[in-house]
Design a protein. Structure first.
Length: 147
């Protein structure tokens, strides 16, 4: 008897699932809030949620360039309201997305200021035209190289 009830339940479930249009389901979400912390030039925290800025690569904090990039980003966004479009990916403890301050892509601002470079594997070249000559000389991390 239990097997027949299970069979009926599964049959009804599969009929229900067949009616759902899964193409409309997305892992994307939007997060709006104040920047509560700047970790480095490509990671911020929005209302306490860590966000890895998608499509850019900044020098590590143990370099002068990395420290300068963090300082720039703090001056730009700390305590400011931003809107982040998260793509559903995660890296370490961070969600991944593109964030905007007053309608402007924060990644563009960081790259144009010479504190980060385009990460083509994730940006599809979105930031390449904004790179400075100096940033183009930095070695590209392996995770940015197209696979």
């Amino acid at each position: 008897m239990t097997a027949s009830i299970t069979g009926i339940f599964l049959g009804a479930f599969y009929l229900f699932v067949d009616e759902i249009d899964f193409s409309e389901i997305s892992n994307e979400e939007e997060l709006t809030g104040s920047v509560t912390h700047v970790r480095d030039a490509d990671t911020i925290e929005v209302s306490g949620v860590p966000i890895r800025l998608n499509g850019i690569s900044a020098p590590e904090l143990n370099t002068r360039e990395g420290q300068n990039g963090k300082t720039f980003l703090k001056q730009l966004v700390l305590n400011e309201k931003v809107v982040c479009r998260l793509n559903g990916d995660r890296t370490h403890d961070r969600k991944v997305g593109v964030c905007h301050l007053a309608g402007k892509d924060i990644g563009v601002s960081i790259v144009k200021a010479g504190h980060a470079a385009d990460c083509p594997r994730y940006s599809n070249g979105r930031y390449k035209s904004f790179e400075t000559v100096e940033a183009r000389r930095w070695p590209l991390p392996n995770y940015c190289k197209a696979s």
